[in-house]
Design a protein around this ligand. Structure first.
Ligand code: SAM
Length: 441
């Protein structure tokens, strides 16, 4: 296996998932997974690929609950104090702007894309306090309609949104919520994240429901053996929405990042229009935005250095032996590729300790972009992991976007976010459809 059993176990534990659940998610047996982790046997290439794909996707979407993941970048001595936060000043939405309610809002990546497309962000719901606080600072006009969707207070939502038109409900429930989902029982407690979204849809009856998730969702099965995605589309249909399933890569829409995601776009059947799909790509191989486009103007920093003026642009200080492994590694290559075995990490998959390339889109920004040992997180030239500012740029948040919380929480919300520029493409399309249907009336 390209990943040693001990590392597989450590990475699985760092995303807080049990052996049993991880095996189900990756589509392998728990007995085999246990034997690989204990290094009693090694998986065949196809199984190894499944395990690594599942790990990478979990690392992108993981929301820590109480413990910091091991290797948490913020333990290093040079970590500056958390950023000073203010309230972002944004223009009022245009008169008659479509109203958006966002559930599982995170820090607001998806919402920011809808705002940029001319929508009014009317409400949000999010369980993690730092993400909720960040959202509130960037969308001060929006009403917080709740925190944990499993404890949704429908009367409160209705009274907070009384008289407010919601045209679009957008949300990305964490994929772990589906992997254990019960067959058809809406009361199954493990199944309440997605059904919470449907309850909100019933309550505010938007024209569109947009749901974003990791690509892994497409192969997830429920305990009955059916595909979770079929169940989602089926349940949306029962609630009166015609859903399309769209696989997109953010790099094809002007985001300087390879980021594959699934968007389920559900159209209220009563609108009497064809189910809406995610628009066609706007960028091709020749026009893709690159790491250079996103970050070249930022102060050049080495390990442990901080920029003078930008509190989000500071570099984690890495141990000297790691710097030695990486110093002479060219862009696009990993310390595992070093000819000298003494300069190779003792174990690990060869996407770790790997430099990005200046003139390509960056790799997927996950929640671990501050960890030099995680996948493809090393700057093309400087010998360090990515700064928060670089991740913010690669995720296409505007520079004045405000982040609240400890550094670990901030990295998590940035890694979990939908890139605003990607959401904006879909949002612009939905705004146009809403506008033309209003014009027809
Ligand atoms: C993938 S992130 C969404 C990111 C967001 N769409 C954005 O663009 O920034 C999923 C979010 O769901 C939140 N979440 C998880 N469980 C929840 C629950 N029970 N109720 C409400 N929010 C929850 C997580 O804290 C996380 O911020």
């Amino acid at each position: 296996m390209a990943i040693p059993g001990s590392e597989l176990r450590a990475r699985r534990l760092s995303v807080g998932i049990s052996q049993y659940r991880f095996a189900r998610l990756a589509g392998v047996s728990s007995a085999l997974l246990s034997s690989w982790e204990l290094e009693r046997s090694a998986p065949r290439a196809a199984s190894a690929r499944k395990v690594l794909t599942a790990l990478a996707e979990l690392e992108t979407t993981y929301v820590p609950v109480t413990k910091r993941p091991s290797g948490y970048a913020g333990r290093r001595r040079r970590m500056p104090a958390r950023p000073i936060v203010t309230v972002r000043s944004v223009d009022d939405p245009p008169v008659g702007a479509p109203g958006v309610l966002t559930a599982f809002s995170g820090c607001g990546g998806m919402a920011e894309g809808f705002r940029m497309a001319g929508c009014a962000i009317e409400g949000y719901l999010e369980v993690v306090p730092a993400a909720r606080a960040t959202f509130g600072r960037n969308f001060p006009q929006a009403r917080c309609v709740g925190s944990d969707i499993r404890e949704l207070d429908e009367d409160r939502v209705s009274s907070l949104l009384d008289g407010v038109q919601i045209d679009i409900l957008a949300g990305g429930p964490p994929c772990q919520g589906f992997s254990l989902a019960g067959k058809r029982d809406p009361n199954d407690p493990r199944n309440q994240l997605f059904t919470g979204l449907l309850r909100l849809a019933d309550l505010v009856r938007p024209s569109f429901v947009v749901m974003e998730n990791v690509r892994l969702l497409l192969s997830m099965k429920d305990p009955g053996g059916g595909l979770v995605i079929d169940r989602i589309v089926g349940e949306m249909s029962q609630h009166g929405y015609d859903a399309t399933v769209n696989v997109v890569n953010a790099q094809d829409y002007g985001v300087p990042q390879f980021r594959e995601r699934v968007f389920i776009v559900a159209t209220d059947a009563r609108l009497g229009i064809a189910p809406v799909r995610f628009p066609a790509p706007t960028h091709g191989t020749a026009t893709r935005r690159t790491f250079r486009d996103a970050t070249a103007d930022l102060a050049p920093l080495e390990s442990g250095q901080a920029s003078d003026g930008d509190p989000l642009h500071w570099a984690v200080e890495h141990p000297e032996h790691v710097l030695r492994w990486l110093r002479d590694v060219p862009e696009g290559m990993s310390a595992h590729d070093n000819d000298d075995p003494a300069l190779r990490p003792p174990s690990g998959y060869n996407t770790t300790y790997k430099r990005l390339r200046w003139d390509e889109p960056a790799s997927t920004i996950g929640t671990t972009f501050g960890m030099i040992s995680a996948s493809r997180n090393v700057h093309p030239t400087h010998t360090r992991s990515l700064t928060v500012r670089e991740a913010v740029r690669i995720q296409t948040f505007p520079d004045d976007y405000v982040f609240d919380g400890k550094w670990g929480a901030i990295r998590t919300m940035i890694g979990n976010a939908v890139p605003p520029a990607l959401a904006q493409v879909l949002a612009g399309h939905l705004v146009e459809i809403l506008r033309s249907s209003t014009d027809r009336e």
